[in-house]
Design a protein around this ligand. Structure first.
Ligand SMILES: *Cc1c(COP(=O)(O)O)cnc(C)c1O
Length: 393
């Protein structure tokens, strides 16, 4: 991006807005500032810009334009999908199925619904963080109104068998929502072929602007509104449109999808190099699925040390990384995702997540490998827990 010496490998937390997207957004903050609901020309220009963005998103997901609703973020989309269907279908039942490894935007929403009298089944995952579709089917009850399972995990990158789960949901006539915030723009999505009823995405995870999101809502879905007020978004999501943001998320998604094959190929190679390099460190292991994972995600555990300590020392060398999700990085709670994968209590704190992006080069990868090797060795030398055979210099 710039000449700065920072190596940014935290693209699962957020991504920089790409230049074409910034350029496309600026006119909607300047000369085209009108309210899309107004009747003069500068408002019409805005209405058309929103409509174009809507069809760009629809095409990227194989949805129809009128099934795309703009929101303020991935978190809002998740909340709307889950609370909206739960309350709209109360007469049918009060049971929801989700997984133990969801993002907190889903997990805490489900926990809140439990306090409102809903019942939630939290499905386990295997050691790779994979949900078994058979478990989904077995958990369905006559009063189940919603299945919500994430497309790809933000900590370990595991991609779920979404098409299989969608098929099961459709056969049992249960609505299916997926949090695709990590997947959109990174792996192929087809809401029709995968039988997805609702799908959440967020602009800032694919080089679009922060504070922009989409909820795809299939035509057959009945759900309550979260926001009440004006007539925007076909009266389902009130609030004056974030026109510049909508322009940004639409273009960013279109560009990411167009470049997906090339990006995947490049990131796959960088990821393989990074994993191979990091796993030469003794007592290390890769978290998540070996093959069914996001092309940019690396999550590794190093025994006998704390992930937080690695992060601080990487930061001093200008390297941005994470232990898991951005929300967990500030707390000492062990990751609910790694815990659900059965990672033993003693080692769960030693995780490091590196998520690659467009600006990372092979040289960056080599610098990071050397830095992590050096830091892990230093930390192990300092730790009283380290066995003698792992101590050096
Ligand atoms: C980032 C993220 C979210 C939240 O999206 P925001 O736009 O930051 O609210 C939800 N789910 C997953 C899987 C994410 O990675």
């Amino acid at each position: 991006m710039t000449e700065s010496h920072i190596i940014y490998m935290d693209n699962a937390a957020t991504t920089p807005v790409r230049q074409e997207v910034v350029d496309a957004m600026i006119p909607y903050m300047r000369e085209n500032f009108g309210n899309p609901s107004s009747l003069y020309d500068i408002a019409k220009i805005n209405r058309e810009a929103v409509a174009l963005a809507r069809s760009r998103v629809a095409r990227a997901l194989n949805a129809e334009d009128k099934e795309i609703y703009f929101t303020s973020c991935g978190t809002e989309s998740d909340n709307w999908a889950i609370k909206g269907t739960a309350f709209a279908n109360r007469d049918k039942g009060k049971h929801i199925i989700t997984s133990a490894i969801e993002h907190h935007a889903v997990l805490y929403t489900c926990q809140w619904l439990e306090k409102q009298g809903f019942e939630v089944t939290y499905l386990p995952v295997d050691e790779f963080g994979m949900v078994n579709p058979k478990d989904v089917e077995a958990a369905i009850r006559p009063d189940t109104v919603l299945i919500t399972i994430m497309f790809a995990n933000n900590e370990i990158g595991t991609i779920q068998p979404i098409a299989e789960i969608g098929k099961i949901a459709r056969e049992h006539n249960v609505l299916f929502h997926t949090d695709a915030v990590q997947a959109a723009g990174h792996v192929p999505i087809d809401v029709k072929a995968m039988n997805i009823d609702m799908l959440s995405i967020s602009g800032h995870k694919f080089n679009g602007p922060k504070g922009t999101g989409v909820l795809y809502i299939g035509k057959r879905v009945k759900l309550d509104s979260l926001m009440h007020g004006g007539d925007q978004e076909r009266k389902r999501r009130a609030g004056t449109e974030n026109v510049a943001g909508i322009v940004g998320i639409g273009l960013a998604l279109e560009l990411s999808v167009k470049e997906m094959d090339a990006t995947t190929k490049r990131l796959d190679a960088l990821r393989k190099r990074l994993v191979d390099g990091l796993l030469t460190i003794p007592k290390s292991r890769l978290n998540g699925h070996p093959t069914k994972r996001l092309p940019n995600n690396v999550n590794v555990i190093f025994e006998y040390i704390e992930g937080e300590s690695i992060l601080l020392m990487l930061n001093r060398r200008g390297i941005c990384a994470s232990t898991g999700s951005a929300c967990n990085s500030a707390s000492l709670e062990p990751s609910h995702v790694l815990t659900a994968c059965g990672i033993p209590h003693e080692v769960v704190h030693g995780s490091l997540r590196l998520t690659l992006g467009e600006m990372n080069t092979q040289e960056d990868v080599d610098i990071v490998i050397d830095a992590v090797k050096d830091i892990v060795q230093k930390l192990r030398n300092m730790s009283p827990l380290t066995p003698d055979e792992l101590r050096k210099y």
